[in-house]
Design a protein around this ligand. Structure first.
Ligand SMILES: Cc1cc2nc3c(=O)[nH]c(=O)nc-3n(C[C@H](O)[C@H](O)[C@H](O)COP(=O)(O)OP(=O)(O)OC[C@H]3O[C@@H](n4cnc5c(N)ncnc54)[C@H](O)[C@@H]3O)c2cc1C
Length: 419
């Protein structure tokens, strides 16, 4: 019997698991290695992240069989996005053509823990996928003959192709000799759920207040939202140390009581903001996927959206090679993926770096530039509806004519930006 081509995936985060599901059913032998336990993959703990998903990602998640596994209350439709500057009570609004009542939302918010859970359970009936848990990968190597990895328990595993999906600080990437540029924003993003008195009406807020950037992400329940606060590390620690009562008061004050009283529903989770982009996305018998390929600042809410895009691009190329009986580690195939994914992600990665700097800069010129930007965009006829159309059409039709603008503005403003 001919041995099936074996793919080794390091990391069972949402990207690694989605890739395993996308490749399954094509005569491949797919082995996933994850340091966490089986229990934590089956019921991942809440990590505070609410993931904004585009229409394209929703389609991909349906194709993977993930979407229908989500519970109704885990999907929060985003009906409107509002960008506020300083103490203004109104600002730039993005809505679907039918207003906030349009049947189609701008996008959706889904907890990261739920996305991880469904990605794991979607593999339950896949006999060609093995997920090794409590499996810490300590070393990896690839050469002309194959790919191999070493596990902390002493085992060595051989394969034909290695896919690194082991976070933005990927050790697989490093072990395979791929350097990456890191950009430390020197800020911390705090995220957590709150209950609030006034309904959010499906509106996401991005609010550039002086000395802090706030965002509010509407969840399924009209009185529950995720708050996102970007501050200096010391201030983040001080907020995390508050009692639930004091935190509720502090949040209510920061959000200017616009949604009434706020009650935290759990702790604030802290994420130091570091953007990472590798010098190459592929090497001999290796490809980077998920955050290991593109470590976005969350301001444009594109990390997992890009992760899914990379899964779709690479899995199609691999399945095509497999169908034609061509080697799945063909350097031209890998280079093609690297080129395409870089082209799709690099401009927004760079633009996000620039804009994230501007949005967290409270010196006068930056403030003025932001204010002017929001004012111009608010008055520009047809601007908001063009952005919304771009978001809805996503990778199809009109928006494809101005992809960079769509990605940047759509990602930044409408698709739930966080500063
Ligand atoms: C606050 C915040 C908000 C965000 N909001 C959005 C959003 O709105 N929209 C969006 O699209 N994206 C968003 N993102 C980004 C999104 O969360 C990430 O892009 C996504 O979770 C990355 O998935 P991944 O599978 O690549 O990596 P991870 O989720 O980091 O998973 C990597 C896995 O690899 C495992 N691993 C690592 N090293 C090893 C090893 N040596 N051996 C074995 N296993 C290993 C880890 O245990 C982990 O399970 C946000 C991120 C943050 C921080």
């Amino acid at each position: 019997m001919v041995k099936a081509n074996r793919i080794l995936i390091v990391g069972a985060g949402p990207a690694g698991l989605s890739m395993a599901r996308a490749l399954s059913g094509n005569g491949l032998d797919i082995q996933v290695f994850e340091r966490a336990s089986r229990e934590s993959l089956a019921s991942p703990p809440d990590d505070g992240r609410e993931i904004a998903l585009t229409h394209r990602s929703e389609r991909l998640l349906r194709e993977l069989g993930h979407w229908e596994r989500l519970q109704a209350e885990e999907i929060g439709p985003l009906r409107e996005a509002l960008v506020l500057d300083g103490n203004a009570r109104d600002g730039l609004r993005f809505q679907m053509p039918g207003g906030p009542g349009d049947v189609d939302p701008l996008g959706w918010l889904v907890p990261n823990a739920a996305l991880r859970r469904v990605a794991f359970h979607a593999l339950a009936d896949r006999s060609d996928v093995t997920v090794h848990t409590d499996a810490v990968v300590t070393d990896m190597a690839t050469d002309g003959q194959g790919a191999s990895l070493a596990l902390a328990d002493g085992r060595r595993v051989q394969g034909d192709l290695l896919l690194a999906a082991d976070t933005r600080f990927s050790s697989a990437r490093r072990a395979c000799g791929i350097a990456a540029d890191h950009h430390d924003f020197a800020k911390v993003m705090l995220v957590g759920r709150v209950r609030h008195d006034e309904p959010h009406r499906g509106t996401a807020w991005e609010w550039f207040r002086y000395g802090q950037t706030l965002a509010l992400l509407p969840l399924h329940d009209p009185h529950t939202a995720s708050v996102v606060i970007t501050v200096a590390p010391a201030e983040a620690l001080a907020l995390q140390a508050l009692s639930p009562e004091s935190l509720g008061e502090a949040l209510c004050h920061r959000f200017d009581q616009r949604l009434g009283a706020m009650t935290p529903l759990g702790p604030l989770h802290a994420y130091p903001l570091v953007g990472v982009y590798p010098r190459r996305l592929v090497s001999e018998r290796v490809a980077l996927i998920g955050d290991a390929a593109v470590g976005m600042h969350p301001v444009t809410a594109h990390g997992y959206n890009f992760g899914l895009l990379g899964v779709a691009t690479l899995s199609e190329l691999l399945k095509d090679a497999q169908r034609r009986g061509r080697p799945i580690h063909d350097p031209r195939l890998l280079a093609d993926y690297g080129r395409r994914h870089r082209r799709a992600t690099r401009p927004l990665y760079l633009a996000t770096r620039l804009v994230a700097g501007l949005y967290t800069d409270d010196r006068l010129p930056a403030r003025a530039l932001r204010k002017a930007g929001v004012a111009v965009a608010t008055r520009l006829p047809g601007f908001a509806s063009a952005v919304v159309k771009g978001l809805r059409d996503d990778d199809r039709g009109a928006s494809a004519r101005w992809p960079m603008t769509r990605q940047l503005i759509g990602g930044l403003l409408s698709n739930l930006s966080r500063g």
